[in-house]
Design a binder for this molecule. Structure first.
Ligand code: MRU
Length: 344
């Protein structure tokens, strides 16, 4: 399932706010609308956001193709700033925009039409590379999964969060395809319900046994010995191995540690922020508190109550058993092994 793809001159996005009850695909050619789609979480998940932003840069460039070169470059800066201002936590967004920026820089002496064409190629490369990275993550990750394991996952790090196949769900898919007879507990993932709406939907569609639980049930499942491992995705991994991921991941990591259960983080190296020393520096997105006070449009909290809605948390590296990347599995000490990935 591809949540973001380019077809016949338009960018297509599956509307993830409507799943699983409605399957709607929107078409985009305006970079401002693409930026809004990221803010509104029509497209979400770190790698998928990166791919979408890359296409956003291309469509922005296309809009200004007939402008004089200097104006073209200054408009492109505006395009990149607009796309970069959508969501602060997932580093893939900035990574993809930076990659598009390198293409602009490398081709700055070319005709505008050539630059625009190169940007289209780069967006397509970012998209297809992401699919391959997820496949490789799946291959490496499946080796860590034992026959008959039951795995807990949080949020959605599946096809819908990437260009296809998924990171955490890529590991689960690969283990399933290898005949390991696995099953999955999916945390519902309040407040946006990515686990209930998206992970349960994806796994069910693929015929992978999945049981949905509310977030507060995970500890009890672990206590009863029903969970053999945790696999989650990431929005940003810092150089010391701290992991920003969907709110609730930190709690799951503490529970996993308390029960002696391995906690695996599956992510492409585009999710690693090599320049950030630790998770203390990560900007955590705060979202509209209506996501808490309302569920599917129905008010569930009293008017005027104080609320907070951090969309992500940071799991300290001490709670992470291993990080599964497309270049292989990384173990502690992360502050030594993560920087080594850079040159690989
Ligand atoms: O707010 P979201 O839905 O964009 O958050 C998504 C997550 O936290 C995912 O776990 C993460 O981006 C990894 S996706 C492969």
């Amino acid at each position: 399932m591809k949540p973001v793809y380019y077809e016949d001159g338009v960018l297509k996005l599956i509307d993830q706010t409507k799943l699983p009850t409605e399957f709607i695909v929107h078409s985009y050619t305006d970079y401002r609308e693409i930026a809004t789609a990221i803010v509104d979480m029509i497209v979400r998940g770190a790698p998928a956001i990166g791919v979408t932003a890359a296409y956003g840069v291309y469509f922005g460039a296309l809009e200004y193709t007939n402008e004089p070169k200097e104006l073209f470059f200054s408009k492109l800066k505006e395009v990149c700033t607009c796309l970069a201002s959508t969501r602060p936590t997932a580093v893939n967004l900035f990574w993809a925009i930076k990659r598009m920026g390198s293409v602009i820089e490398a081709n700055k002496d070319q005709e505008v039409s050539v630059i625009v064409n190169q940007l289209k190629n780069e967006a397509q490369n970012i998209c297809s590379e992401d699919i391959q990275m997820c496949r490789d993550i799946g291959k490496y990750g499946a080796e860590l999964i034992h026959y008959g394991d039951t795995l807990l996952t949080h949020c959605n790090a599946g096809s819908l969060a990437t260009a296809d196949y998924g990171t955490a769900l890529g590991v689960i898919r690969a283990a399933h395809d290898a005949g390991k007879n696995i099953s999955v507990y999916a945390d519902e993932t309040r407040p946006f319900l990515q686990g209930a709406r998206l992970t349960a939907y994806e796994l069910q569609a693929d015929g992978i046994p999945v049981t949905l639980i509310t977030d507060n049930m995970a500890g009890w499942m672990m206590k009863q010995g029903k969970i053999d491992g945790v696999v989650v995705g990431a929005d940003r991994i810092t150089a010391n191995g701290d992991v920003a991921n969907k709110i609730g991941t930190y709690s799951v990591s503490v529970l996993a540690k308390a029960h002696g259960i391995p906690m695996y983080v599956a992510a492409p190296t585009s999710t690693i922020d090599f320049n950030m020393k630790s998770g203390d520096e990560i900007v955590i997105e705060e979202r509209d508190c209506r996501e808490i006070s309302h569920i599917c449009g129905i008010q569930v909290a009293p008017d005027g109550v104080a609320m907070e809605n951090p969309a992500f948390d940071v799991t300290p590296y001490q709670n992470v058993t291993a990080i599964i990347t497309e270049k292989g599995v990384i173990y502690p000490p992360y502050d030594i092994n993560i920087p080594r990935l850079r040159g690989k």
